[in-house]
Design a protein around this ligand. Sequence first.
Ligand code: 8OZ
Length: 369
Amino acid sequence: MDMQATGKAETDLFSPVNLGPITLANRIVMAPLTRSRAGLGDTPRALNAEYYAQRATAGLIISEATQISQQGKGYAYTPGIYTDEQVAGWKLVTDAVHAKGGHMFAQLWHVGRISHNDLQPGGGLPVAPSAIRPEGQAFTEEGFKPHPTPRALETDEIAGIVADYAHAAACARRAGFDGVEIHSANQYLLEQFIRDSSNIRTDRYGGSIENRLRIVLEVAEAVTAVWGGGERVGIRLSPTSPGLGPNDSNPWPVYSALVEQLNRFGLVYAHVIEGKTQGSRAELPGFSFQQLRSLFRGLYIANNGFDREMALRARRENLADLVCFGRPFIGNPDLVERLRRNAPLATPAKETWYGGDAKGYTDWPTMVA
Ligand code: 8OZ
């Protein structure tokens, strides 16, 4: 079906939708995008506010991944959301987005073992469910360095991490965000606990599926308590993405149990990376994203490699409630309008995705009217 040719409003992709108590202008979500441009003290600044405000016509903006503590940091120049200065910095961002009529959630992030001593408090080892070294390298201020073998968390340290999530969730409220997203995807701490490939613990946080899901449910409970319920809390999952480490040996029973358990917190959405993050959308045998969606009571935000046609189809065939676009928002601040008009998209070079300044960040023009 050609929307341009018929000219009729045959899709609701560009129409308002309710997300809990909030009404979004459309069903297009700007994905969390790490851009590594925070200021000193991992504090957002005017440049970041300008970048997000330029993209405020997205129905919902999800902030770039934002560490809940210094221990949760794994890359140079990513922003935090745990100090008063960071709250003030984020307030610049949320005020600028709201002034343009947009809505924005903060993504709460703990990287676990995907880090390096250079980024950790006191130069200590990164922490993880188990002392298993991930492949790959950490992005530090001195360039890329191999991930060290992390330190396995003591059982009695886990409550402190849950408390860090609660503190960060409270900071996000003070900073004027419309809600928060718990980052439980892409190989970071919560996913490290979920998967049997990175969690070989023998305490109540390891072993059975129930035990491996425990920390995620504790975080969901703590964060929804801070926000007065789940109506402004979402979660991000990547059930079948290998990321930098292997998948769970059998993801379906794990993730179906997780979304069913999450239902008791009334989360407003699950934001699901369908397939391999930044890669193939092929489903694993024995895993169905639509079935996962049917088990979850909140809205379903689909993510991974969407283009205009796929997004229109997702609504036409009701494969998702909202559709997330990531990289296309980098070079197209007015992506929503370009999709509406089926206009050409700019495709930025990878060199300016991470780090640097305004170049490749806030200098992308909108379409000529
Ligand atoms: C790309 C570079 C650094 C971090 C994720 C937070 O994959 C990230 C990330 C992506 O969720």
